[in-house]
Design a protein around this ligand. Structure first.
Ligand SMILES: *[C@@H]1O[C@H](CO)[C@@H](O)[C@H](O)[C@H]1NC(C)=O
Ligand SMILES: *[C@@H]1O[C@H](CO)[C@@H](O)[C@H](O)[C@H]1NC(C)=O
Length: 428
């Protein structure tokens, strides 16, 4: 971890009015006032954060492994690729895992794809188990159970291939086209069985996926099937500085025993997700250096240059063609939305590479946010949601002081607030 830096930037955040009345008191002991009655609950579909979903792979004849070892599973059918990361280390499969997880950008199709001969699929679609893969998340399962939510009955899950980012309108993405079809069918099914509209619940990257799903759906379909979006710490389209840090120096997002974030970095850099949440100039500013090196400073506008300068020239074209348009794109989903995010937590805002060495952890200058999402980006999201009058009247934003991005659903006090909002979404 980077040492905490005492040097604070004059925060551009200060330029933005923070709506204090939106801030809740830090701790709340409100218990979910007891239930609406199981039969009245709206079905709930959970969309987990990136890295929660499990992936299986199958290697066909077309696969050309870089080493003999990596070809060992060829022709052997489906196996867990991102499922049990201890297994990868134990069986010395980490290098092969990295190769088989990697995506390649194809300029002709303007699409990210697997390596030739590597087929992948997401496990357990429909079940909420992906959300609870991390044992710490069982508190949420428990709380939902108390309300009367039961997996497979009125509680579902929609894991996805988190290596890809959801497309904006007009961008090709066969992976999300399929996923959105599956999710629509799941929602229709759940809704029909219960004769009620469905609540979609998304956490972090899953919040972005939920939002993109809703706005990609036809208006009549949304009105008929979607009751509410409850988004916890959704990743905003205007991005976060933390993404830049992960891209440059690696991330622990996909934890594999014995592997370091630096050793996993080539794989991470091949994912569309790695470049999908870079900070946008309209929100992070034109003259605010986000990355400082001896040789050169990079503002949000300099991110394409940064990609090339850290040795990822291949990422520049997809970044320009897929991610920059996404930063500028905002369509309200036009369904009721509650967005709950933490604030008041040190959040990476500027990265300083004193020795111009991107393999070293940068010195980090912190600002306000939830530990991952910069406050400035959350506020821009709120502003966009309120710009459109039709959305404004069905948008609720809650900022929770001291709630951390990764712990929102595991800390009892912040979890209670979330459960309260799920109940609220059932009632309104
Ligand atoms: C995961 O892999 C490890 C190492 O191979 C093994 O000991 C463990 O039982 C596996 N866990 C599950 C849930 O399969
Ligand atoms: C980069 O930004 C830092 C911090 O704002 C500043 O002190 C430094 O002079 C800048 N360096 C260059 C090369 O512009």
């Amino acid at each position: 971890m980077a040492p905490f830096s005492a040097r604070f930037l004059p925060l551009l955040l200060l330029l933005l009015p923070t709506a204090l009345r939106e801030y809740l008191p830090a701790a709340s002991n409100r218990r979910p006032s007891d239930a609406v009655g199981d039969e009245l609950l709206h079905p709930l579909v959970l969309i987990p954060g990136a890295s929660c979903s499990e992936l299986e792979a199958r290697l066909t004849d077309a696969y050309r492994p870089s080493t003999q070892r990596c070809g060992a599973m060829k022709g052997k059918g489906w196996f867990g690729l991102w499922q049990n990361s201890s297994d990868l280390s134990v069986h010395r499969y980490v290098a092969c895992f990295m190769e088989q997880m990697s995506l390649v950008y194809h300029p002709d199709a303007n699409e990210f794809q697997n390596l030739p001969g590597v087929e992948t699929r997401v496990l357990n679609f429909g079940s909420s188990t992906a959300f609870f893969r991390n044992p710490e998340q069982t508190a949420l399962r428990h709380e939902l159970g108390r309300l009367g939510y039961d997996d497979g009955d009125n509680l579902f899950g929609a894991p996805y291939d988190f290596r890809h980012a959801p497309p904006i309108s007009g961008q090709p993405s066969p992976v999300y086209a399929r996923y959105f079809r599956q999710l629509a069918a799941l929602v229709e099914d759940a809704s029909r069985r219960r004769q009620r509209k469905v609540i979609l619940f998304g956490h972090s990257f899953g919040g972005m996926v939920a939002l993109d799903f809703a706005r990609a759906a036809p208006a009549a379909w949304r009105d008929r099937y979607i009751k509410h979006l409850v988004l916890v710490a959704p990743l905003p389209a205007s991005g976060i500085t933390g993404s830049v840090k992960s891209f440059c120096s690696g991330t622990h997002m996909l934890y594999v025993p014995t592997a370091t974030s630096l050793s996993l970095r080539p794989m991470w850099r091949s994912f569309e997700t790695a470049i999908a949440s870079f900070p946008s100039p309209s929100v992070f500013g034109d003259d605010n250096p986000l990355v400082v090196t001896k040789r050169r400073n990079y503002t949000a506008r300099g991110m394409a240059d940064l990609l090339a300068d850290v040795g990822a020239a291949d990422a520049v074209e997809p970044f320009r063609r897929r991610e920059l348009p996404r930063q500028r794109y905002f369509e309200p989903p036009m369904v009721p939305v509650t967005s709950i995010t933490g604030v008041g937590v040190d959040t990476p805002e500027q990265l300083v590479y004193w020795d111009d060495d991107f393999d070293a952890e940068p010195e980090v200058v912190y600002g306000d946010g939830d530990g991952a999402i910069n406050l400035v980006s959350m506020l821009a999201f709120d502003e966009e949601m309120r710009r459109q009058p039709g959305q404004r009247k069905q948008y609720k934003s809650i900022k929770v002081r001291g709630a951390k991005h990764g712990n929102f659903l595991t800390e009892e006090w912040s979890l209670k607030l979330v459960v309260q909002e799920i109940l609220e979404a059932n009632r309104v």
